[in-house]
Ligand binder design. Structure first.
Ligand SMILES: Nc1ncnc2c1ncn2[C@@H]1O[C@H](COP(=O)(O)OP(=O)(O)OP(=O)(O)O)[C@@H](O)[C@H]1O
Ligand SMILES: [Mg+2]
Length: 209
């Protein structure tokens, strides 16, 4: 299954989620961001004496297609798309089995969601498909319980679907990354890992449907 973490807006948690998902699920990453965020995190990992993860960094649509064609059908892979629009990013979105779009639960998200919805709509139209991006509330306050504002907004977009999982703002997510680790590699269970595991269960369930 190809899981693509995508949003045309920057700073919503794409790389953070791609990283923790890939470590916990033990799957490779394709890092499509020119900032090479996850390539850098993996270097930190190796400096801390941990074994390197597989992070591929194709730089053109041709290189991306070579990576894609070499994939075994049973192979899971996570793609971290940069926070911008490009042919390469659109190709990754089109080829993926599941698109996950992180978003914070604020009314100010609406402009960014509109823009990204246009992208998904354009890819759907040009490829005669009906792509759906799964909106994942991320970086929300751990005490937040009412997400009706976002649920209401997302319901208005035909190419969006709200995920049940919610990922809170948790220091464990970025502190572990500072050392090149995933939250699944901490010695004891944490709320961050509980949320990540709930998300993984929802992803796996979605892939069966
Ligand atoms: N659930 C979370 N808990 C704590 N911090 C978070 C969470 N999600 C994101 N952040 C923080 O928010 C910032 C932006 O996250 P990240 O770099 O993953 O975003 P991005 O969407 O990949 O951005 P870009 O589009 O620039 O690549 C980072 O400092 C990250 O640590
Ligand atoms: Mg990023």
């Amino acid at each position: 299954m190809i899981i693509t973490i995508a949003h045309s807006k920057g700073g919503v948690g794409k790389s953070l989620l791609a990283w923790h998902l890939s470590v916990a699920m033990n799957v490779p990453i394709i890092d499509l961001d020119f900032q090479r965020t996850l390539v850098y995190i993996d270097q930190l990992r190796q400096l801390n004496g941990l074994s390197a993860r597989t992070i591929l960094h194709p730089q053109s649509t041709e290189e991306f297609m070579d990576v894609f064609k070499a994939l075994d059908e049973t192979q899971d892979i996570i793609i971290d798309v940069g926070g911008f629009d490009s042919d390469l990013n659109r190709m990754a979105i089109y080829l993926s089995d599941m698109i996950i779009t992180p978003a914070v639960d604020r009314a100010t998200e609406i402009a960014g969601l509109h823009k990204f919805h246009d992208v998904i709509q354009q890819i759907s139209e040009s490829t005669e498909t009906d792509l759906k991006a799964n909106i994942l509330l991320n970086d929300v306050s751990p005490s937040a319980r009412d997400f009706s504002l976002m649920e209401g907004m997302v319901a208005q977009f035909p190419h969006f679907k709200m995920m049940k999982s919610v990922v809170s703002h948790r220091a464990d997510f970025y502190k572990t990354m500072n050392e090149g680790k995933g939250v699944s590699e901490l010695p004891s269970s944490t709320k961050a890992l509980d949320e990540l595991n709930t998300l993984i269960a929802e992803i796996r369930k979605g892939s069966e449907e």
